[in-house]
Design a protein around this ligand. Structure first.
Ligand code: PXG
Length: 442
């Protein structure tokens, strides 16, 4: 039976909403009640074009039959199986499928339930790996200013978004940060990777000199920083990070929670940039956002260091009740099949130039100080209203929603990341609506 899509609960008080202005939302709720393909359906019966793939997660689009069916069938067949000291087939099948789609060095998969948990898992694996190979003094973690690595304590410690850190005490000790790579005065309106800024990776050498390489376990970066407002890696930057970390025996972690699963037109950003880290964190697009799930991909070299000692002993004291959950695994398998069957990564790669041109055609509209793009990602940076930062972009978000378009904003930056099934007509619709919104901004 179809649900009543006009139904809005009359009590919104109990749900303490995440990363939301709760009081404002509850006065004028934006309620989504359905989704199909490229569109959401609102409680007041409107279609809203999804310019954000949910929160960067519904890469295949909404209500994909293969995924829906796989979830339905799996719940009926095996709803839950204990994750520790027991197995079930789909988790192994999904791990193999991930290994097969990932670049060659990544041979093993550790399942989590979110991007935040993937980050904690990767940081812990890195520190434990150093210890297991006899380098137990390597415990420090290096992140980057403006980095976003989820909301758990490890992630906010290596992260560099000030409001996500300042309210939560002293965080992890033994953490340092590299400078961010946003250089608008040199790189504004770049298409793809900006020219300037590779030298910022050299700062890692200074941090290593300060602390001593023998104290550092890992460096973690988003290859393309999403949440902070879409910051592209300058040309040559990631290559330098890789060379410096390798030289000093430091694990390099790419946080690919956003860039994984086709966002840049290839399976992972590691492949897109042809820079191989030692660990890759994923979530979101792994299950098309349908069931919460994340995964950490590890090289054979890292994994194998743990596989020593008596065989009856647990090798890594880490895991979650829902690691490799059967329903999530079924959703993941069906999602990867959907990506393959519909050629969605190829579609993203093929449409990227059209997307780039459409996005950059907004240049010249009021208040725009920068436009950035890569794959099917776009960002438009707006001049903040004096004394009222974030308000201009948030006004654009509200107006876009009224006009039938979903965008994301962070600070005064608009971020765009549509499902990879988008076509040219929908790209035109998206930028047509957005241009209307931007023209109306005061
Ligand atoms: N790492 C990265 C790089 C992320 O982008 C996380 C970790 C955490 O994932 P979970 O599943 O724990 O939320 C993320 C999440 C936005 C936005 O608007 C981005 C995220 C989440 C919500 C909103 O940019 N990224």
């Amino acid at each position: 039976m179809a649900s009543d899509r006009s139904a809005v609960p009359n009590d919104l008080s109990a749900f303490w909403m995440p990363f939301t202005a709760n009081r404002q939302f509850k006065k004028a709720p934006r309620m989504l009640v359905g989704a199909e393909g490229m569109y959401y359906k609102t409680a007041d019966g409107r279609d809203v074009l999804d310019g954000t793939a949910g929160l960067w997660c519904c890469n295949a689009g909404h209500a994909k039959p293969r995924i829906t069916e796989a979830v339905r069938a799996q719940v009926a067949e095996l709803d839950y199986a204990p994750a520790f000291q027991m197995g079930h087939p789909k988790a192994f099948e999904l791990a193999s499928a991930l290994r097969d789609m990932a670049p060659a060095p990544f041979e093993h998969v550790f399942f989590t339930n979110s991007g935040s948990e993937s980050v904690e898992t990767a940081l812990k694996i890195a520190i434990a790996y150093q210890r297991a190979r006899g380098q137990g003094t390597r415990t420090r973690l290096i992140g980057r200013e403006r980095g976003y690595h989820g909301v758990n304590f490890g992630g906010i410690s290596v992260g560099g978004i000030v409001n996500n850190r300042r309210f939560f005490g002293s965080l992890l000790t033994g953490v340092d940060h590299m400078p961010h790579t946003h250089l608008p005065e040199k790189n504004a309106f770049s298409r793809g990777q900006p020219e300037h800024g590779a030298y910022l990776a050299d700062e890692l050498e200074n941090i290593i000199a300060l602390h001593g390489a023998e104290t550092i376990a890992a460096v973690i970066v988003e290859p393309m920083a999403g949440s902070t407002g879409v910051l592209m890696p300058p040309k040559g930057y990631l290559e330098k990070l890789r060379a410096i970390t390798r030289k000093h025996g430091i694990i390099l972690i790419f946080d690919e929670v956003i860039t994984g699963f086709g966002r840049l037109g290839s399976s992972f950003a590691a492949e897109h940039f042809n820079v191989m880290p030692d660990l890759i964190t994923t979530a979101k697009g792994l299950t098309n956002g349908v069931i919460p799930m994340g995964a950490v991909l590890a090289t054979g070299e890292i994994h194998d260091v743990f596989m020593q000692g008596p065989e009856h002993l647990i090798e890594l004291f880490h895991g979650y009740t829902y690691s490799g959950n059967p329903v999530a695994s079924a959703a993941g398998l069906a999602t990867l099949e959907t990506y393959r069957e519909e050629g969605l990564f190829e579609n993203a790669a093929a449409l990227a130039p059209y997307w780039e041109n459409a996005l950059h055609s907004l240049k010249g509209l009021p208040h725009i100080t920068d436009i950035r793009n890569m794959g099917l990602i776009g960002a438009i940076e707006l001049e903040p209203i004096e004394g009222e930062p974030t308000k201009r972009a948030f006004t654009a978000f509200l107006d876009a929603y009224e006009k039938g378009l979903m965008i994301r904003t962070t600070g005064d930056i608009i971020a765009l990341s549509p499902p990879l099934m988008i076509n040219k007509a929908q790209i035109d619709e998206l930028f047509g609506k957005l241009a209307d919104v931007l023209k109306g901004l005061v």
